[in-house]
Design a protein around this ligand. Structure first.
Ligand SMILES: Cc1cc2nc3c(=O)[nH]c(=O)nc-3n(C[C@H](O)[C@H](O)[C@H](O)COP(=O)(O)OP(=O)(O)OC[C@H]3O[C@@H](n4cnc5c(N)ncnc54)[C@H](O)[C@@H]3O)c2cc1C
Ligand SMILES: *[C@@H]1O[C@H](CO)[C@@H](O)[C@H](O)[C@H]1NC(C)=O
Ligand SMILES: *[C@@H]1O[C@H](CO)[C@@H](O)[C@H](O)[C@H]1NC(C)=O
Ligand SMILES: *[C@@H]1O[C@H](CO)[C@@H](O)[C@H](O)[C@H]1NC(C)=O
Ligand SMILES: *[C@@H]1O[C@H](CO)[C@@H](O)[C@H](O)[C@H]1NC(C)=O
Ligand SMILES: *[C@@H]1O[C@H](CO)[C@@H](O)[C@H](O)[C@H]1NC(C)=O
Ligand SMILES: *[C@@H]1O[C@H](CO)[C@@H](O)[C@H](O)[C@H]1NC(C)=O
Length: 501
């Protein structure tokens, strides 16, 4: 009986989905846009998201080869009342590049793969389907150039650089987003435009921070930096201070005080702590173009002074080796549907403010929570330094782009996972509690969330307030009405899914 009922229900669902899909497919056929659907043999390779916890089923995935086909993908979707999201590297924590719901039209950007450094301006043109490791390798090969960006080679440039993009070079060079000097964008009405700070400046402002809601970037133009001659990759084992929450919290507080007051914290230094369920607790980071002896003998001991029994390691590396060692994987990564790495996970972030350093009570509560959950499920927690004196992230005005967090100090990433096993729903409250452990003891902390760690469990209004703040969000809402009045570019937290704040 129950089997018959489900079969009946599926029949209805398929009929409805099919009726909607045929008109969009007719339109795509008429415009000669390559696409895959659930009846294609390689559908799974295209449909499977990085985060297996949220496997949404798109109505259709287009695989355009040029801007005209991106444009037709958008206008065909709009005509069929389908929502649109682009898929870059596919690493959205909320699977927004699979739509964030079933039944969207996804534009897989894997054919946009160019990486060309202009030899006079050192601006690199990057196709929106590219991944960080390939880009780092290519721009270094084309004139020893470099850019700030995240650790993992498989992350896509598109989602990353439109919504932030932090690495261990970010206090020196800023975010990946800050290196975007121009974009080729296809808009909701299907028109293609170039945008930069002076051409379509409103669009340029909105794309950098809310690109998912404003258009499909096809190419990025990014200012590169001369790669450093050397990188000190420093790591210290801090697990001895897990003997008590008080020890770990005091060690961190000394580090925080050092960050605000020590002349040794130059912008050349960016770092973070990492702790996980296996009782690992380390600090790691980079000092770019730094003197190894000075760093090892005086700078590093100053950072670590509050942690009992720390065990430091400092390696002097060339740029590419530093990237490979940090990534722990090959920098060369396959694009689009040929990529095969996945995880099953839930993550949340906490962004703290420079004006409100983490309190002793907050730090003790955080470490108590972590220590209490050692050996319980699989999780890690990272605290990265974004701010403190000299940080290039915070040297940018909050009005310069829709990425308005320009006064942050620490950014936490609390991440629970099951890998290839099915999701364990008890991990969700475990991660939620990890955030609360930091936030609740510091009610005046003015905490927010990081755009690139999208948290699907936030309501739209919570997400908008935590990611953007009210004034940036309200400005984005006005521009959404101008550039995408039909809400074609949509995910559950897109601009416009909450009222004005
Ligand atoms: C293993 C791992 C490591 C990470 N490490 C870091 C790190 O070190 N530092 C850091 O800052 N972040 C890090 N992140 C977070 C990462 O920056 C974000 O997940 C980022 O948005 C991923 O970009 P993507 O292109 O791979 O994602 P996608 O899922 O393809 O895209 C993310 C969002 O951007 C939209 N989008 C994609 N392409 C386009 C386009 N062409 N035009 C308009 N919108 C587009 C998508 O629709 C989606 O809404 C990490 C994530 C993972 C999974
Ligand atoms: C989305 O589709 C998947 C796969 O077909 C299905 O398991 C899931 O229940 C659907 N989700 C919703 C909200 O309909
Ligand atoms: C923006 O692009 C236009 C057209 O290519 C160019 O003339 C202008 O100098 C650019 N503006 C900036 C700030 O780079
Ligand atoms: C950190 O600095 C604050 C403010 O100066 C001070 O009150 C606190 O005692 C310091 N913490 C440690 C552990 O040194
Ligand atoms: C920081 O890097 C620059 C090169 O970019 C170098 O000249 C300077 O000596 C470095 N500063 C320190 C303190 O190591
Ligand atoms: C990285 O991948 C490339 C391309 O697949 C391959 O040629 C190379 O040998 C790999 N390098 C390492 C260190 O695995
Ligand atoms: C975390 O705090 C929120 C807001 O106060 C609350 O709704 C939630 O239940 C808390 N979660 C846990 C696991 O404590």
């Amino acid at each position: 009986m129950s089997i018959l009922v489900s079969k009946f229900c599926f029949g209805i669902l398929f009929a409805a989905a099919y009726a909607q899909a045929t008109s969009v497919l007719d339109c795509l056929d008429a415009n000669k846009v390559p696409y895959v659907t659930s009846s294609s043999t390689d559908w799974t390779a295209y449909q499977i998201p990085f985060n297996l916890r949220l496997p949404f089923e798109p109505a259709v995935i287009t695989v355009p080869e040029n801007e005209a086909q991106v444009s037709a993908s958008i206008t065909c979707a709009a005509a069929a009342s389908l929502k649109v999201q682009a898929k870059g590297g596919g690493h959205s924590y909320a699977s927004f590049s699979s739509g964030g719901q079933n039944g969207s039209l996804i534009i897989e950007m894997e054919n946009f793969a160019e990486i060309t450094v202009d030899p006079t301006t050192f601006i690199v043109k990057i196709g929106a389907g590219q991944r960080l490791g390939n880009i780092a390798t290519e721009i270094y090969a084309q004139g020893k150039r470099a850019m700030p960006h995240g650790t993992c080679a498989g992350v896509g440039i598109a989602g990353h650089a439109l919504h932030g993009g932090y690495g261990y070079d970010s206090r020196k060079w800023g975010l990946a987003l800050d290196h975007v000097v121009g974009l080729d964008v296809v808009l909701a009405d299907g028109t293609s435009v170039y945008t930069n700070a002076t051409t379509n400046p409103d669009l340029f402002w909105a794309m950098r921070g809310a690109g998912d809601s404003f258009g499909i970037a096809t190419n990025f133009y990014m200012q590169t930096e001369a790669a450093p001659e050397s990188v000190l990759y420093f790591v210290a084992d801090l697990s001895a201070s897990l003997s008590s929450a008080e020890n770990a919290a005091t060690g961190f507080e000394v580090l925080q005080n050092w960050s605000f007051t020590s002349p040794d914290l130059t912008p050349n230094i960016t770092f973070g702590t990492y702790a996980d369920f296996t009782k690992s607790f380390i600090i790691r980071g980079w000092c770019m173009d730094c003197d190894e002896a000075v760093f090892t003998k005086s700078v590093f001991p100053g950072m670590l002074a509050g942690f009992p029994g720390y065990v430091p390691t400092v390696q002097n590396l060339d740029w590419i080796t530093a990237l490979v060692d940090l990534a722990g994987e090959n920098l060369t990564q396959p694009l689009g549907h040929l990529y095969t790495e996945h995880d099953t996970f839930y993550a949340k972030s906490v962004v703290s403010k420079e004006a409100e350093p983490l309190s002793h009570a907050s730090l003790v509560s955080y470490w108590n929570y972590l220590i209490a959950n050692l050996g319980n499920k699989q999780w890690f927690s990272i605290i990265n330094l974004y701010g403190a004196p000299g940080s290039l992230i915070n040297a940018v005005s909050p009005d310069e782009s829709a990425y308005s967090d320009r006064d942050s100090l620490w950014v936490f990433q609390n991440y629970g996972y099951t890998g290839t096993e099915p999701w364990d729903p008890t991990i969700t409250p475990l991660i939620d509690g990890m955030n609360n452990a930091t936030i609740v003891p510091q009610p005046d902390g003015d905490f927010g969330a990081y755009l690139n760690y999208v948290d699907p469990d936030l309501s739209p209004a919570e997400a908008h307030l935590e990611y953007y703040g009210a004034s940036t969000y309200d400005k984005l809402l006005g521009l959404k009405a101008k550039f995408d009045p039909g809400f074609v570019f949509w995910n559950p937290q897109a601009i416009g899914t909450s009222m004005a704040l």
